[in-house]
Design a protein around this ligand. Structure first.
Ligand SMILES: NC(=O)c1ccc[n+]([C@@H]2O[C@H](COP(=O)([O-])OP(=O)(O)OC[C@H]3O[C@@H](n4cnc5c(N)ncnc54)[C@H](O)[C@@H]3O)[C@@H](O)[C@H]2O)c1
Length: 349
């Protein structure tokens, strides 16, 4: 069976799916819909069958699978309608606004016998996959700290992202990616506890900054930070292990592994006078003390997402993005909000 995709919401992400999904053999875009006339015109111009409502698209018997690229608050409602219309459902992230909503979506899809998955496309990001490889292959020895930071200088958010009622704010926007990447990287590690803070730096109604600290039962402390207004960006990833440190600066995967030979053997016996006073431990590293190595290479192609959906629908594969994993991410996001509100760490899992 080929995927005949119906795209519900022909905005930024809808157009992206329209352009890229058919890169997977056996996937073609059958129709798109939007409630905005301009978007419908664009869909027609782009050569697609267009509809002005989800209901009309769902009535099209040529569509067997839909992707929900509408604002976040509509994912549950659209999923329920699509399932009743016997369409398989791919929803954009966040899959839902809460664990309870996701459970409802899963249960109706099961009842109607249709497949449900979530477009967690950032599982194919090479920067994250390099860190995953470093973790899995012990390239840094025993890892004690992983920092995943995403900083932007662009400040303001746009359109529906600015309002709570549409599921706006950065935790709903990027939380599902940044948390999912960590849990995907180390699926067998449990989160022992979690502490989080959420801020409104430039936006009154919705959050535009969050920090999450997760103490994992494998000895790693994970630090996730997102800011829309950090004018000098921190590296995208900093990972500390007992055999080295890895830094990846950006999505472009520019970065380095740092190791030391002699520094670990013994600190210099004398105190070093720095501009900020005397120190042994935190003095500058003597020349040659740090060795630099290239990062390991990884290959990935996001189109594997649609190939996998096609194979699942043909009974040839298991879903790469499992609803149980998506539920775990949403549960972490709920704990993040609880911790941020109470100022307390939350015992988890
Ligand atoms: N996976 C990713 O990398 C990624 C990136 C960006 C956005 N997203 C997700 O994609 C979804 C859409 O985001 P976007 O940036 O494309 O937003 P957008 O505002 O660009 O597009 C949303 C579209 O939905 C349309 N729409 C609204 N209500 C509708 C309805 N009832 N029926 C049909 N169409 C309707 C709007 O007119 C608009 O064209 C969000 O859930 C967002 O979180 C995912």
């Amino acid at each position: 069976m080929d995927i005949h995709l119906g795209i519900i919401g022909y905005g930024g992400m809808g157009k992206w799916h329209a352009k890229n999904a058919a890169r997977a053999a056996g996937v073609k875009v059958a129709a798109v819909c939007d409630i905005d006339e301009e978007k419908i015109k664009e869909g027609t111009k782009d050569g697609f069958v267009t509809y002005s409502s989800a209901e009309e698209l769902l009535a099209d018997s040529n569509v067997n699978t839909v992707v929900l690229t509408v604002p976040n608050h509509l994912h549950k409602e659209m999923c329920l309608k699509a399932a009743v219309a016997k369409k398989n459902v791919i929803t954009e992230k966040p899959a839902a606004l809460s664990v309870a909503e996701l459970d409802e979506m899963e249960s109706i899809c099961k009842k109607e016998g249709v497949f449900l998955t979530v477009h967690q496309n950032r599982r194919w990001d090479k920067d994250m996959l390099i860190i995953k490889k470093i973790y899995e292959e012990g390239i840094l020895g025993k890892i004690f700290s992983i920092e995943s930071k995403l900083h932007s200088a662009n400040g303001y958010m746009h359109e529906w992202h600015l309002y709570k009622k549409y599921g706006g704010g950065m935790l709903y926007d990027w939380g599902p990616h940044l948390i999912d990447q960590i849990l995907f990287m180390m699926p067998n590690a449990k989160i022992k506890s979690l502490y989080a803070d959420i801020k409104n730096v430039l936006h009154e109604e919705v959050d535009d900054y969050f920090k999450i600290l997760m103490k994992m039962d494998n000895g790693i402390t994970v630090h996730i930070e997102l800011s829309t207004y950090m004018l000098k960006y921190a590296p995208r990833w900093v990972v500390g292990g007992d055999k080295g440190t890895a830094v990846i600066n950006s999505f472009a995967c520019d970065g380095t592994i740092y190791r030391t030979g002699k520094l670990l053997e013994k600190l210099p016996p004398q105190i070093t006078e720095t501009i900020a006073g005397p120190t042994r431990q935190f003095a500058p590293v003597p020349p040659g003390g740090i060795i630099e190595e290239p990062l390991p290479q990884v290959e990935s192609d996001w189109v594997d997402f649609y190939k996998n959906v096609r194979d699942v629908l043909n009974g040839k594969a298991e879903s790469l993005i499992k609803i149980s994993e998506v539920r775990r991410v949403l549960a972490v996001m709920e704990a993040v909000r609880r911790s941020a509100e109470s100022g307390e760490a939350i015992a988890f899992e």
